[in-house]
Design a binder for this molecule. Structure first.
Ligand code: CMC
Length: 442
């Protein structure tokens, strides 16, 4: 078997050494399989057979832990080094210098906008923040205690019925307007869901306000003529939006791509992404972190809790990541944004528990050995709580900015000639060719 450096890929013409020689010990036959970009094509294994009528060798990868499902030029992650880049720009620089809307443009179009492009984009997003009046009615149809993520999921899926032109996914102009609609309406739908569970009247978008300020206005405005958020809070929120905008082929993005591969409209595909993000191992983790911190209650209870984690009875929520085996770069930025927020709102008492948990976990062999570090969700919940949000809103706060990532990935997929409808294979483990047994004889 020849070996190549996985970083050596590059996608150029494969040289003789850019191959993998495999010997099938069942038959003694050898096969030479091309290596490109540090990968072999699973379909190249299909030629490996024990007999002519054999289906051929497949790969088995139930959670896609070692399978690339697409080629993408949107987000780069080096999990061992703790690097995250959008279109080549380090997340730290974007969080420091950019705005969420500029980052959304970058993700969607591939380049940072000129001033003129940014003005056009900001204007387009601002002009599409309103939703059809009927949307208010169906949001109003949910129970008073409905989970806002479930409401968002339903509302975004329903948008496909308001914009049937979204089905024209082969038309670039249609793709662009759906992109704008999704990014601009998501905060409105999220705020409506929040106001519904609070029993408060819905607040319409204010087109004079920047994206995060408008969202805070729709969330919190009461009788004042104009809602003015503290600029430190709206900036912290914008930074959180930047950090959550994309994260390459995670569970929800894969869901968007997988559902979108059926050529359904982007509202339905993004609704699938929201459904995936709802789960506690994904976007629901920040909610789970807050519940965990509340349950721990005091710093004194931490050692007992850590013992529970190590004996497998608990999970330290907000720790660990499928890709990062180092400190999640987003967690570091969020930790510092949290300090800015607490300057305005006063310190969240759960912060002390979080800091102490992190300190103990980073020194403990169980977490060190498994490379478990704080992820993006370990501190984000504390900020959301300081902003006055109930825990149920936390995954919704993740879905708002991730929309730009989902739609950028969806756009990339629709223009990728290699993509087809997603359809994995299986290893069948059930019975075969049984005769039907009449009900009285079972
Ligand atoms: N607490 C305690 N042990 C853990 C944790 C944790 N949070 N995460 C992983 N482990 C252990 C796990 O039990 C396993 O141990 P062992 O080898 O003894 O069986 C080992 O570490 C490897 O874990 P894994 O479950 O195989 O790792 P994974 O890649 O399948 O899971 C994860 C990744 C994020 C689902 C997991 O780390 C986890 O459940 N974390 C808590 C939930 C969380 O914070 N999720 C947010 C992820 S970041 C935001 C997002 O992208 O949505």
């Amino acid at each position: 078997m020849t070996q190549t450096d996985p970083q050596d890929g590059g996608g150029g013409v494969a040289s003789a050494s850019d191959t993998l020689t495999v010997t099938d010990n069942r038959t003694g036959k050898s096969y030479e399989i091309p290596i490109s970009d540090g990968t072999v094509r699973a379909m190249d294994l299909r030629q490996i057979k024990v007999a002519d009528d054999d289906f051929g060798l497949m790969t088995y990868d139930p959670a896609y832990t070692n399978t690339a499902s697409c080629r993408s030029s949107i987000t780069y992650i080096d999990g061992d080094a703790g690097i995250l880049e959008y279109r080549g720009y380090p997340i730290e620089q974007l969080a420091e210098n950019s705005t969420y809307l500029e980052v959304a443009y970058l993700l969607v179009y591939g380049e940072l906008p000129t001033q003129q492009q940014l003005d056009w984009w900001t204007n387009e997003i601002t002009l599409h923040t309103f939703v059809h009046e009927n949307v208010k009615e169906f949001v109003g149809g949910f129970r008073h205690d409905a989970h806002p993520m479930g409401m968002l999921l339903g509302a975004v899926g329903a948008l496909s019925t308001f914009y049937p032109d979204g089905m024209a996914i082969g038309d670039p102009a249609s793709r662009e307007i759906q992109t704008i609609r999704l990014i601009s309406k998501m905060p409105t739908l999220a705020a409506f869901a929040y106001r519904h569970i609070q029993g408060r009247p819905y607040v319409y978008p204010d087109n004079d306000l920047a994206y995060p300020d408008n969202f805070l206005s729709m969330m919190y405005k009461m009788t004042e003529l104009k809602y003015e958020a503290d600029p430190r809070l709206s900036r912290a929120l914008d930074i959180l939006f930047i950090l959550h905008a994309d994260h390459e082929q995670n569970c929800s993005t894969s869901a968007v791509r997988s559902v979108g591969s059926s050529q359904v409209d982007p509202y339905s595909a993004v609704a699938a992404g929201i459904a995936a993000l709802y789960g506690p191992l994904h976007g629901g983790a920040n909610e789970a972190v807050l519940r965990m911190l509340r349950r721990i209650e005091t710093v004194e209870n931490i050692p007992g809790f850590i013992e529970g984690v190590k004996s497998g009875n608990e999970r330290l929520m907000g720790f660990g990541h499928r890709v990062y085996k180092n400190y999640d770069p987003r967690a570091r930025i969020i930790k510092s944004a949290a300090e800015d927020v607490f300057e305005v709102t006063g310190k969240n008492p759960l912060l002390d528990i979080a800091l102490e948990l992190e300190k103990i976990a980073l020194e403990d062999e169980y977490f060190i050995g498994r490379k478990l570090y704080p992820n993006v969700d370990f501190y984000s919940g504390l900020i959301y709580e300081a902003l006055g949000l109930p825990v149920e809103m936390f995954p919704v706060m993740f879905a708002i900015p991730r929309t730009s990532g989902w739609i950028a990935q969806w756009l990339e997929m629709t223009q990728d000639g290699e993509q087809k409808i997603a359809r994995p294979r299986q290893i069948y483990t059930g019975e075969r060719t049984r005769d039907y047994v009449a009900i009285g004889q079972r």
